[in-house]
Design a protein. Structure first.
Ligand code: ADP
Ligand code: MG
Length: 240
């Protein structure tokens, strides 16, 4: 389970996360929606210790993320992140991108890592692309490799930060389909997205963020059809 208590995050003197508290259960799928600049990415990055919070407590299963003694490598093996820009290593093949961390960080043998990597490539529909370099792949294919790379560490938690925002429209569906296929398969997933149809289909709960706060939490049914908050409704009226 993920537990966040009274999280406060500043960049300089600007407060970007204001007293965030929430709980997310094992195997739950949460979509985070909200306007640009509302703190969605910063919130995800705090969960993964890519950003340091000034105040508050974050627990991700057995990891106390806000503890200064945190082992960052172990946390990031446990909670994988998929970014808007796929961030693949350009000089490595798809399979090498996937096997790098399992070999270096988890000390898996090359043979085991490659075998697992091939299975993961199949799982994201790229069984025939193991030797392709990122520049030989479409944006949608690169993002699917990035998802396979995150899965290769066998994380319990997957964090997605606008995984389809950098894609041409015709490639959004194939990436969302892969994410959907992972949902409720034993991993906790937190997905920042502007794809409202997807959020509605895949999530157990939706968090609406604005101005550094989680302003409303509810089932997708509730948030998308009868949100309580004025700001939630205003935001949705602009993008739906
Ligand atoms: P979102 O993902 O919802 O668009 P962000 O978490 O990226 O929002 O940003 C929240 C606020 O924090 C914005 O005002 C943004 O400009 C600011 N911010 C984000 N990252 C940094 C940074 N590294 N340094 C200074 N300000 C930042
Ligand atoms: Mg963002």
């Amino acid at each position: 389970m993920i537990e966040v208590s009274n999280l406060q995050k500043y960049f300089g003197d600007k407060q970007v996360l204001k007293d965030i508290s929430c709980e997310i259960k094992d195997n739950e799928v949460v979509c985070v929606i909200g306007p640009s600049g509302s703190g969605k990415s910063t919130f995800l990055r705090c969960l993964n210790a890519l950003e340091k919070a000034q105040e508050g407590i974050i627990k991700v299963n057995e990891f106390v993320v806000t503890d200064p003694r945190l082992d960052h490598n172990k946390l990031r093996a446990h909670a994988g992140m998929v970014f808007q820009r796929f961030n693949l290593f350009p000089h490595m093949t798809a399979l090498e991108n996937i096997t790098l961390a399992p070999i270096k960080v988890k000390k898996e043998s090359t043979e085991v890592a490659r075998q697992k990597g091939r299975e993961l490539l199949k799982r994201v529909g790229l069984g025939d692309k193991e030797n392709s370099y990122p520049h030989e792949l479409s944006g949608g294919q690169q993002q699917r490799v990035a998802i396979a790379r995150a899965l290769a560490m066998d994380p319990q938690v997957l964090l997605f930060d606008e995984p389809t925002s950098a894609l041409d429209p015709e490639m959004v569906g194939e990436v969302l389909d892969v994410i959907k296929s992972l949902a409720h398969g034993g991993k906790t997933m937190i997905i920042v997205t502007h794809e409202m149809g997807f959020a509605r289909q895949v999530s157990d709960r939706v968090f609406f963020m604005d101005g550094g706060q989680i302003l409303e939490v509810g089932t997708p049914e509730k948030i998308f059809t009868k949100a309580d908050g004025e700001r939630t409704r205003l935001f949705l009226s602009k993008i739906l």
